[in-house]
Every structure is written in structure tokens, then in C-alpha cells.
Design a binder for this molecule. Structure first.
Ligand SMILES: [Zn+2]
Length: 414
């Protein structure tokens, strides 16, 4: 199949006017200008017309199973106040509510251009059926906590690994997510890090998300410290340095690690992340919901950290007006552009494509249109000048005109 479009924006190379992408099976065979392509012998040509054809977006952080909590939790005063709210909401839900919510979220991502998602699974029982029910490529990171239940970290890990080993799928896969430094014991972080290195697995974790967490680890005091102490957490790992330094001490940082949020940095943290080649996922609308301190994009980028973009869950996106918010990476790109005037549209798009691919260990396979990559592409309407193509992507809102995943239409062109 050959897809022709007014503009191709491969991200991995400069934009192409009147271009085409040649697809064989689930991979891309060639990308170039229409005029330069060898004449298509008996291949089917589909002219998408006045659109930008670009790589499917890579959502580096999501909780699909919380989608139907959209607009349910009003923004709390502090992050610590939010923890009992989400815990209560989770306890009140049945299995079928989680299942429905997960699929609802997958549908929202697909229609708004995400083709790969790094998803935190609070309910691993949903797999592999949930994977089968969507064309989306899902990296499912199984959430591990274990403060309240006082479970042995070895048991928590053994159970998660048992689930991972029982799951096989052509497109999607599972791995580990120690939930956060504050919600786990240091031993779980150490054990997870060691096992992930051995098995060559990617891991993800929430880190340095709030000022409360930063104060807890750096100074062994504050709202979160006190609240967790009341809930029987052994806080002897606090007061030794920043949350990022805590991960380093547990030997968790590495090239296989996607650190989520990283809103609060101590001196040296950006360098520590860069030196360990760890990746960072920023979630602009969730950041805005909690009113966290300014995300230090430039400091992290200047240190050399690979920065990606995620939606987080809809439980932490503000509802404006009557319309419930939806999972949408275009809305996240716009939110970042609104708050950070120093970042270029081109860089924002890289965060939502090639950078996310690198963080998931799939550089050259997803997040860019190039020969040998999976045929994951989306189209958005565009009739403007090629020099404005990045601005046009950032200006897009609503559903995409088409979405292709591994050579099959997830959203067929109209
Ligand atoms: Zn999250």
C-alpha cells in the first residue's frame, strides 16, 4: 500500500511536500516525495489529500483504567490530600467498571492520534483481554505498592513477575512499575531494579511529583511524611536526599527507566538522571491540576535528559465547563506550549513521538516515519505552507482524520 499526502512530517527527517509512504505488511518500506518514488507497479495508492501524515503519537504515561474518573475528583489543596481521595475512588469500583474505563480510555487515545501508550495497570487482571480489545500498542506497567498491606516486597514482585510471564501478545507487552518512592519500600525498588536489569525489562515509576514528596525525602518532615507515618510507613528512608537521589541510592536509575513527573529537583538531580540515561515523562494537564512547581524542562534538557510527554489519568485533569475532559496528547502538547513559551512546536512534537519511542526502547521502530519502522501513522487536516507544519500540528484539536497501526486502520480515513 502507498499512502500519498500533501505533507509528510516524518519527525525523524525533514518534512516532505507532496510525499508518500510505502507500506509492506506491518512495516514502512520507504518514505519520500511522490515524484522520487519508483512507479508503483501494482500497489494500491491511497491519496489522503490535504493532510499532514505524521507518526502515531507515543503517550509516555497514562492510567487507562481511571478514564471514567474524569471530572470526579475536584483539584485538592495539596497532593497529600489527593491520595485518600483516589484510594477511596479505586476501592469503590468493581472489576467491570475498571474494564469499561480502560477500554473507554483506549478509544479516546486512538481517535486523538496516540498509537502507543505506556500504561500503568492497577488491575492486571484486565490483561490480556484488554489488549485484544484494542488496536492500540500498549506497554502495560504493572503497578506495585505495598505500604498499607505490609506485604513482603519479595512477594509483591514475585506476583507481578508471575503475571508478566503468563502474558504474551503480538503487539503489546507487560513490565514493572514500582508505583512511587513514597508508596513503596526501598527494598521493592532495589529488587525491581535488579530483576529488570537481568531480564532486560523497562520500568517506570512516579518520582518527585509533589512538593510534599520532595519535603518528605529531603527533610523527613511535612504533610506527606506525617500522613504516611500515621499509615504505618517506616519512614527511615527519609531525610537522606531528594526523591531522585533516593532512586539512585536504590540503584534504580538506568537507561531502561522512565521517570514520571520529576517536578521537584534538588541540585544535581538533572545531572544524575542524565548520567544514568534515564528518561522523564512530563504530563502538562496533570501538572496544572495539582499546581505543582514549574516543570524544569530547560534544566533537564540542558543536562541531556530525554523528555517525553504523557496524558497521565483523567482523574487528574481539570474539567472546564460541562464537557468532561478526554485523553488527548494534542491537548497535552497545547498545554505545554501555553505554559512554556521557550519550547518550540518542533521540540514538543519530538517529545510526543521520537523521544517517547526512545524511552520505551523502540527508537527507529515507532515515533518516526522511516524505512523499517512499524507502519504507525496518523493524518490531520492541513492545507497550509510546509514551513508552518509544526505550528499546524500544535494547533490541531479534536479527532484525527485517520490512524494506522502496524499497517491496519485503527481510524479509517473518511
Ligand atoms: Zn501516573
Amino acid at each position: 500500500m502507498i499512502l500519498r499526502a500533501r505533507t509528510i512530517l516524518p519527525v525523524s527527517q525533514p518534512p516532505i511536500e507532496n510525499g508518500a509512504v510505502v507500506i509492506s505488511g506491518n512495516k514502512i518500506r520507504a518514505v519520500g516525495s511522490w515524484a522520487d518514488l519508483p512507479s508503483p507497479a501494482d500497489e494500491k495508492v491511497l491519496d489522503l489529500g490535504e493532510v499532514i501524515l505524521l507518526p502515531g503519537l507515543v503517550n509516555a504515561h497514562c492510567h487507562l483504567d481511571y478514564t471514567d474518573m474524569a471530572g470526579e475528583l475536584p483539584p485538592p489543596k495539596t497532593f497529600t490530600d489527593w491520595i485518600p481521595l483516589i484510594t477511596a475512588a479505586k476501592t469503590a469500583w468493581s472489576y467491570s467498571e475498571y474494564a469499561h474505563s480502560w477500554l473507554h480510555g483506549a478509544h479516546q487515545l486512538l481517535k486523538t492520534g496516540t498509537t502507543t501508550v505506556a500504561d500503568i495497570e492497577a488491575m492486571s487482571d484486565l490483561l490480556p483481554e484488554a489488549w485484544d480489545a484494542t488496536p492500540l500498542r500498549v506497554f502495560s506497567f504493572l503497578e506495585m505498592t505495598g505500604i498499607r498491606a505490609r506485604r513482603n516486597p519479595k512477594d509483591i514482585l514475585r506476583e507481578a513477575v508471575g503475571t508478566i510471564d503468563s502474558l504474551t501478545h503480538a503487539r503489546s507487552s507487560a513490565s514493572l512499575a514500582p508505583h512511587a518512592a513514597y508508596s513503596t519500600l526501598p527494598e521493592l525498588l532495589r529488587l525491581t531494579a535488579g530483576l529488570a536489569r537481568k531480564r532486560k525489562w523497562r520500568i517506570t515509576t512516579h518520582i518527585a511529583e509533589s512538593e510534599d514528596e520532595f519535603e518528605m525525602f529531603t527533610r523527613a518532615r511535612g504533610r506527606m511524611f506525617d500522613w504516611l507515618k500515621r499509615n504505618e510507613r517506616d519512614n527511615s528512608d527519609c531525610g537522606l536526599g531528594s526523591p531522585v537521589a533516593h532512586l539512585a541510592r536504590q540503584r534504580l536509575l538506568g537507561e531502561n527507566v522512565l521517570a514520571v513527573h520529576v517536578n521537584c529537583l534538588a541540585r544535581g538531580d538533572a545531572t544524575l538522571l542524565a548520567k544514568n540515561r534515564s528518561h522523564v515523562a512530563h504530563c502538562p494537564r496533570s501538572h496544572d491540576y495539582f499546581k505543582h512547581p514549574k516543570f524544569e524542562r530547560e534544566r533537564l534538557a540542558n543536562a541531556g535528559v530525554n523528555l517525553c510527554l504523557g496524558t497521565d489519568s483523567l482523574a487528574t485533569v481539570r474539567q472546564t465547563g460541562k464537557q468532561r475532559p478526554e485523553l488527548d496528547l494534542f491537548a497535552e502538547m497545547q498545554a505545554l506550549a501555553d505554559r512554556d513559551k521557550a519550547v518550540s512546536p518542533e521540540e514538543i512534537l519530538r517529545m510526543a513521538t521520537v523521544n517517547g519511542a526512545r524511552a520505551l526502547g523502540l527508537a527507529g521502530k515507532i515515533g518516526g516515519l522511516s524505512a523499517g519502522a512499524f507502519a504507525d501513522a496518523i493524518a490531520i487536516p492541513f492545507a497550509g505552507k510546509i514551513s508552518r507544519v509544526h505550528e499546524a500540528v500544535l494547533g490541531h484539536s479534536g479527532n484525527v482524520a485517520a490512524s494506522l497501526i502496524e499497517g491496519r486502520w485503527a481510524v479509517p480515513p473518511r
